[in-house]
Ligand binder design. Structure first.
Ligand code: PLP
Length: 372
């Protein structure tokens, strides 16, 4: 049987999300913008989903914008805010460990619109709030950091950065794609202005996500109809929206239990691996959902293929780089471009749906590969 341990790339959908989605596809096919009964029925579900989601985030429905996922949320917040506010300044701060959906988006603003970016490098595997504070300038209009890293599970000091930015006019964008559903996150309490999420990372459907925005003061990304307060034109993907909210509700109701379960899986795997020659790539503050581990002298792409042959799916890094096995820009930022870790490390990413037995099989298979 196949063992899936690439949950940071995407997660299997939960039964509640599939059920909720299927019901909407069958019963509520009207366009939420139509004024007839079918449309009104769809609109009611849309409003309910937005309301429920807002409640889960401790905010109001008008701050929620449905998007097609993490990439669109990041593009909308970064491009939409920076283009709208470029008269105030053209300086952006981000970190070297961000997802490409943030780094490439900022790069686009630099290349095409003359923005300037300060990219914070991790020191001793960590990004600190002090580094962000020291990089702030009068013309800084946006700080963009992730909540949790997709390759290592490392957590960034979001509340501390949010606190610092209360004293500065720069907006704070947080790519929370790897943290939403795993932790209870209330953006307003954390001083976050924009927060990006993607449903397929928390057992919801692919191609749907949301952006929390504290303000309407950003340029629209998609132009057309009046949907999403004119910030994101296009007929809403109602089945996916309802599926996403159902998945998030379930994950958050059980988030404490889930994190305990995943920690137990991780601990059992690491204790099975006791005595083997390996190292971990991580900082001090870390989510148990992602384990980045390296085996001296073992090439990670071969390791991945050999595990694949026995039906175990893991990854060498983020999903978009995994297909072409590029070296990881995250590990490079943490350990330097000449580190052997770049060629030896793999990412094992867990979900509460994994089992202790699967952890045992993984450890056993890895021991056979690295021992032989
Ligand atoms: N940001 C992070 C941290 C991610 O891990 C990912 C997906 O791998 C994304 C953004 C992109 O999300 P999506 O696949 O929904 O576009």
């Amino acid at each position: 049987s196949l063992i899936y341990l690439d949950n940071a790339a995407t997660t299997p959908m939960s039964a509640v999300a599939i059920k909720a989605m299927t019901e909407v596809m069958k019963e509520t096919y009207g366009n939420p913008s139509s004024i007839h009964g079918h449309g009104r029925q769809a609109n009611k579900l849309l409003r309910q989903a937005r309301q429920d989601l807002a409640q889960l985030l401790g905010t109001k429905p008008q701050h929620i914008f449905f998007t097609s996922g993490g990439t669109e949320g990041n593009n909308t917040a970064i491009i939409g805010y920076c283009l709208r506010h470029q008269e105030r300044g053209k300086h952006i701060i981000t970190t070297a460990i961000e997802h490409h959906a943030v780094l490439e988006t900022i790069d686009y603003l630099v290349e095409k619109f003359g923005f300037e970016v300060t990219i914070i490098q991790p020191v001793d595997q960590e990004i600190t709030a002090k580094q962000i504070q020291d990089a702030l300038r009068k013309d800084t209009i946006l700080v963009s950091t992730m909540f949790a890293n997709n390759e290592t599970g490392n957590l960034l000091p979001i509340a501390e950065i949010g606190q610092i930015l209360k004293e500065h006019p720069a907006a704070y964008h947080v790519d929370a794609v790897q943290a939403i559903g795993k932790l209870l996150i209330h953006p307003e309490e954390l001083g976050i202005d924009f927060l990006t999420a993607s449903a397929h990372k928390f057992h919801g459907p692919k191609g749907i996500g949301f952006l929390y925005a504290s303000t309407l003061d950003f340029d629209s990304y998609l132009h057309g109809g009046d949907q999403e307060q004119k910030k994101r034109a296009g007929t809403e993907n109602l089945p996916a929206i309802v599926g996403m909210v159902a998945a998030l509700k379930e994950d958050l109701e059980k988030h404490t239990e889930n994190i305990g379960l995943v920690q137990e899986l991780l601990d059992s795997f690491l204790s099975e691996m006791d005595g083997t020659n390996h190292y971990l790539n991580k900082g001090n503050n870390h989510l148990p959902y992602v384990l980045n581990i390296g085996f001296p002298g073992q090439k990670h792409d071969l390791l991945l293929l050999r595990l694949d042959l026995v039906g175990i799916s893991i990854s060498t890094g983020s999903a978009c780089t995994a297909g072409i096995v590029q070296t990881s820009h995250v590990l490079e930022a943490m350990y330097g471009k000449n580190s052997d870790r770049l060629k030896e490390s793999v990412r094992i990413s867990l979900s509460p749906q994994n089992t202790l037995e699967e952890m045992q099989i993984l450890a056993q298979s890895l021991k056979e590969i690295i021992g032989g």
